[in-house]
Design a protein around this ligand. Sequence first.
Ligand code: NAD
Ligand code: DAU
Length: 360
Amino acid sequence: MTQDNKRKDRSILITGGAGFIGSNFVHHWCNTYKSDRLTVLDALTYAGNKANLASLENNKNLKFVQGDICDRTLVDNLLESEDIDTVAHFAAESHVDRSIIEPGAFIQTNVVGTFTLLEAFRQRWNNRSQPQSDRFLHVSTDEVYGSLEVDDPAFTETTPYTPNSPYSASKAGSDHLARAYFHTYGMPTMITNCSNNYGPYHFPEKLIPLMCINILLGKPLPVYGDGQNIRDWLYVEDHCRALDVVINKGQPGETYNVGGNNEVKNIDLVEQLCQLMDELAPNLPVSPSKELITFVKDRAGHDRRYAINASKIKNELGWTPQETVEGGLRRTVQWYLANSDWWKPLLSQEYKNYYAKVYS
Ligand code: NAD
Ligand code: DAU
């Protein structure tokens, strides 16, 4: 936790704060900095969910605004009326499989939306005589670095960008814009490139929640290709703590890689989830749930391996992950078991149509 006695209160705009990581970040920030003011700007797309913030409904320091980051007038008004000095920018189209089916929304939100926010913040920052503690944190992904072979060294902050999907290409474009605004205008942008997150409020389309929910419903567990792809898993609370230290202690103009040092093959991860569910869930429709594992057609352009070298944020800002993958997966499975009221309404007709397109 980053607590500093001399710390000045912030008024922070959190874009995408009703999504998975954004909402976990809002919870983290409200618990940690009780006198900061928070404004959440979220369009409530299929991935946004006000229920993620339900327990904070009566928090006087938190304001929720439904709106689009591409709406320049709205963003200008919010920066002004809420006296914003800090932006934590999470809002994005975030799912690779959706970017393969319909890439347009990814360009609009991830590239045009980020540009809109940067321009609005630049105007305000100039009008405010460029205060020293203002920050614009652009939350990005390790996918911009492309794909690793099994023996390659992990991604560092200087690994060349090689995005392979429309999603990662759109995030790469937005990263370049954020970087350029520091280089050209001196605007205090910072970028974080993080590995795969997991934990509470993760939308059902992503690997871990999808497997948890399908086990509970007795549905097939679709593993793409040969299941040997590797991801570096980070518990979402650890990511939020990393973003906290970057906002409070990071250097403007810098990029920080964030990762869990937890490389796991997809098939091994799915088998761990099956074991946890067999242990923790009463009366599963199919048991052992491992029998549900089904190898399906591979994702187009599927990146083989991601791995993050997080030495810079550890050495310069003192951040390290606290949760192990075993502990984090157990907490996550317990959360999905205890919160069927949260995930059941998300299996909407829109979701079923999407599911049929990807898995048929
Ligand atoms: P998410 O899809 O769960 O949430 C995205 C949120 O953004 C939703 O609440 C959605 O309503 C909102 N949004 C979408 N378009 C918008 C628009 N035009 N205007 C305003 N709000 C809009 O995503 P997530 O997994 O929480 O990811 C958040 C950020 O972190 C993204 O930028 C993503 O690229 C990055 N990231 C995610 C991971 C991961 O593992 N999930 C890892 C590294 C980085
Ligand atoms: O690395 C960070 C990225 O992690 C973020 O930038 C993205 O926003 C986030 O969605 C995530 O991307 P991935 O594509 O790695 O996550 P996903 O959960 O979709 O898939 C994880 C792995 O599991 C990947 O190798 C594909 C595989 N997979 C996924 C699904 C949904 C399956 O085998 N079956 C599935 O049904």
